[in-house]
Write a protein that binds this ligand. Structure first.
Ligand code: F6P
Length: 385
């Protein structure tokens, strides 16, 4: 079925995440096959609009990309057209310029009816800036952090959890061999979804998330008690945004030109040093960092990306403008474009996954956890096997 001929654009903004190409493919193929529209790919997020870097996307351009990580269009998380960084002044402060006009000229030049913007909070805010200028957007939310308000889940999250889980599984055996505490730091900014799910999936003994400040003494007691019961190793999954009770988040870098100037990271190393100093148990920290953003999306994210891209095109066909594709109660639907903006969906303290983890003996560092009660002889057998 075809509807009046349109020319639509698609861009990916913010940090990349697995599943972006699945969305781009679904947007392009649905628009071309179902409606006979033209599709243009905008390179490097809003930077492509500022610099007029736009290319046609034919079915052959999006063929074979479903399983690829990253984004064939490129992304940028610094290209806010309303506040575009152009350098530094004599005092070393960043200088910004408004590039709205250039973007509007680019849009006119290419005759774009609607742009499908695939991104997070920052990307939707950039898009919303153009709404008073009469530009139409359909938003597709993405982030590995799974912290967007208004949608039950974002694509990319499940792949990030899977990748982190596989990494922790590998660290499990080396932790056991060396009778060590092994700490794995994962991304997630201020939300602990990745650490919580990867920690539960890999059977971590301790999970530290930003929503629950940890007490170092409780973690130290827990790993020592485990050793006393024959579990001479412990696995800890910690979110980059976690912090000790009464402490601050660990800032890796501040980049004043970025819309997200605070880059977190380093809490895993800090906790490792604290545990080793206090318990005398050999402790190592591994930071997974961008590894969990890369690689091929798992099946669930490929499916979700395809559903989201197709839904974006259906919304355009229905005449909808400035809507955000979301998942509510398991169904793909839509909400206002800015439904997620300016707020973060944190892990609620009564989240059932936290309750389940506590029930199986996981320590969150806030209260003492269940201890293993297996007799020493059984533990010895387990370690020997
Ligand atoms: O929001 C996604 C995310 O990967 C966060 O988990 C992380 O803190 C941040 O982006 C890292 O951003 P960058 O790629 O700019 O270092």
């Amino acid at each position: 079925m075809t509807s009046p001929r349109k020319r639509i654009g698609v861009l990916t903004g913010g940090g990349d995440c697995p599943g972006l190409n699945a969305v781009i493919r679904a947007v392009a193929k649905s628009a071309i096959f179902d409606h006979g529209w033209e599709v243009l790919g905008i390179e490097d997020g809003f930077l492509g609009l500022i610099e007029d870097r736009i290319r046609p996307l034919a079915p052959c351009d999006v063929s074979g990309i479903l399983t690829l990580g990253g984004t064939i269009l490129g992304a940028s998380n610094k290209a806010d057209p309303a506040r575009f960084p152009v350098g530094y002044n004599a005092d070393g402060e960043p200088v910004f310029e408004d590039r709205t006009r250039q973007c509007l000229d680019t849009l006119d030049r290419h005759g774009l009816d609607t742009i499908v913007v695939i991104g997070g909070d920052g990307t939707m805010t950039c898009a919303n800036h153009f709404v008073p200028h009469g530009v139409n957007f359909i938003g597709v939310p993405k982030t590995i952090d799974n912290d967007l308000v208004g949608t039950d889940i974002t694509f990319g999250f499940s792949t990030a959890v899977q990748t982190a889980t596989e990494a922790i599984d590998r660290l499990h055996t080396t932790a056991m061999s060396h009778h060590r505490v092994m700490i794995v730091e994962v991304m997630g900014r201020n939300a602990g979804w990745i650490a919580l799910h990867a920690g539960v999936a890999s059977g971590c003994d301790v999970i530290a998330i930003p929503e629950i400040d940890y007490d170092l003494a409780i973690i130290n007691d827990f790993v020592k008690e485990r050793a006393r019961f024959g579990r001479r190793f412990s696995l800890i999954c910690i979110s980059e945004g976690a912090k000790p009770r009464g402490g601050q988040q660990t800032v890796n870098k501040i980049d004043p030109t970025s819309p997200d100037p605070i880059r977190l990271g380093g809490i895993g190393e800090q906790l490792a040093a604290d545990i080793e100093r206090c318990t005398d148990i050999s402790t190592r920290a591994v930071t997974l960092g961008h590894i969990i953003r890369g690689g091929s999306p798992i099946a669930a994210d490929r499916v979700m990306g395809t559903q989201f891209g197709h839904t974006a095109i259906e919304l355009i066909a229905q005449g909808q403008t400035n809507r955000l594709v979301v998942v509510r109660d398991g169904a793909v639907t839509h909400a206002p474009l800015m439904a997620s903006a300016g707020r973060q969906r944190l892990v609620p303290l009564d989240d059932p996954t936290i309750a389940a983890a506590r029930a199986v003996g996981t320590c969150f560092g806030d209260i003492p956890a269940h201890m293993p009660s297996r007799p020493q002889a059984d533990c010895d057998k387990l370690h020997a096997s």
